[in-house]
Design a protein around this ligand. Structure first.
Ligand code: EPZ
Length: 428
């Protein structure tokens, strides 16, 4: 089993280049299947979720391959299967996008119930309600969702809850429906806009993405083309928090600063110096972090995907801090691991209370999901002594070259097989 070995205490300093957004790329890769043509997607991160989707496309009869660094060629013309079995789909939550893409393309889809990180219940009722509004029928039996539509017809759809996945799925299915679809209470995350821009560049007619109301006028057919994935807001936020957590000074490059407003504001409130440029942000840490509270919300609120990283930073703040998780029912599992490192955090339902100012101590811990893994890396960088982090498969799902990027900033982090000696880790 592989693990990270981190010697804490080094300040992160220098520049880091942010990769393409994982959560956008996974949607675009699947959306490319709507097209009976070749799509070239640039700035695709080389993370394991991307490779899982490449495998799925190839198994479904399409062709997907990297033709250059970050450049993925997807040829959906030969796609001949609308069934995605459990072995493929259980590995990745984004496989739920196959429902919208295959339904849009073939007017039918048979997809095993999707997997992904476990934050409690992860329903797909909103996706299914959206498809039904467009004229589809579905059954859920023996672990599969079967969806069929004689015809897809535009409709008015009000999302009872803001859902990234359901918004994207409905946009995909509605892109070639007859007539206009209106999604109200739509998600506004940067990757919603990216998916809409991608589909528009392929011939779709989608307006309003990034607002509460998205209007999709169905078109006859979509065509291929070339598109570039936006920078990863969550990777950028992770590095911003890591810089602050180590009292470092890091220029985070190749980003859209607007996407990071909620993180910049929270860090500034804690006394961290944030300098914004056109496509980069410089983060300069402070010796004395002020306490802060935060609540996760759909975009433009504070992202749930940075909740574990930010909570970890709060363990170094001067005072008691309150974190409220408003998106998922159970996204505090990792707190148990932070406690092993000496963090004083109590959790009650969707609220965590962090007693700041208690220095973390290196210890063996395990990632419980992707962002929790990143949070534990930040904890390891902050801690006294050596931290070993297990279950790296989660971190590998979403962070491209994570340890290499951290090492280039001065972090003492190495990836090792369990059992290998750790003596080459040298003090900072
Ligand atoms: C996306 O998941 C992201 N994944 C998640 O990031 C992220 O945490 C989440 O959005 C929220 O921002 C991808 O983009 C691949 P949702 P998604 O549908 O689309 C409820 C990461 O770490 N809901 O917006 O699955 C649901 O239970 C990952 O990169 C329903 O009730 O999330 C949750 O409480 C983890 N019914 C809320 O909505 C539904 O049909 C938001 O979920 C669908 C969702």
């Amino acid at each position: 089993m592989e693990k990270y070995v981190i010697l804490g205490g080094a300040k992160l300093e220098g520049e880091v280049e942010i990769s393409g957004a994982k959560n956008s790329a996974v949607a675009l890769i699947v959306a490319a299947l709507l097209v009976k043509d070749v799509c070239i997607i640039e700035n695709v991160p080389a993370v394991s979720d991307t490779y899982v989707l490449i495998d799925i496309i190839n198994q479904l009869g399409g062709r997907a391959e990297f033709i250059d660094k970050g450049v993925l060629r997807i040829d959906g013309s030969s796609l001949n299967c609308f069934e995605a079995p459990y072995e493929m789909v259980s590995k990745i939550r984004a496989s739920s996008y196959l429902m919208g893409a295959l339904l849009g393309r073939f007017r039918q889809a048979r997809v095993a119930m999707p997997g992904g990180c476990d934050f409690g219940v992860r329903p797909i009722d909103l996706h299914l309600k959206g498809f039904v509004s467009l004229g589809a029928e579905y059954t859920v039996e023996y672990g599969f969702v079967d969806i069929k539509a004689e015809e897809l017809t535009g409709a008015s759809i009000y999302m009872d809850k803001v859902s990234v996945g359901a918004t994207i799925n409905v946009m995909m299915a509605a892109a070639t429906a007859n007539g206009q679809t209106v999604i109200e209470n739509a998600a506004k995350e940067p990757h919603i806009v990216d998916v809409a821009n991608f589909l528009n560049s392929m011939g779709a007619n989608i307006k309003g993405a990034g607002t509460d109301v998205i209007k999709i006028k169905g078109v006859e057919e979509l065509h291929g083309g070339t598109y570039t994935v936006i920078p990863d807001q969550i990777e950028a936020g992770t590095f911003m928090i890591a810089a602050a957590a180590t009292g470092g000074d890091v220029l985070i490059k190749n980003i859209i600063p607007k996407h990071l407003d909620s993180i910049s504001a929270k860090l500034a409130e804690m006394g961290v110096v944030i300098e914004e440029y056109d496509d980069s942000i410089r983060v300069k840490g402070t010796e004395s972090l002020k306490k802060a509270n935060f609540t996760t919300m759909p975009y433009p609120g504070f992202p749930t995907d940075l909740q574990p990283q930010m909570l970890t930073l709060l363990t170094a703040a001067n005072g008691t801090c309150i974190v409220t998780e408003n998106v998922w029912d159970n996204r505090f599992k990792y707190v148990e691991e932070l406690r092993r490192m000496g963090a004083i955090v109590s959790v009650d339902g969707r609220t965590a209370v962090v007693e700041g100012g208690n220095r973390l101590m290196g210890s063996p811990v395990s990632s419980t999901d992707l962002r929790a893994g990143a949070a534990l890396v930040i904890a390891g960088l902050m801690a006294d002594g050596v931290t070993e982090i297990y279950n790296l498969k989660y971190i590998d799902r979403g962070y491209e070259n994570f340890e290499q990027k951290l090492r280039a900033l001065g972090a003492q982090i190495t990836r090792r097989r369990d059992g290998e000696k750790v003596r080459t880790v040298t003090p900072a």
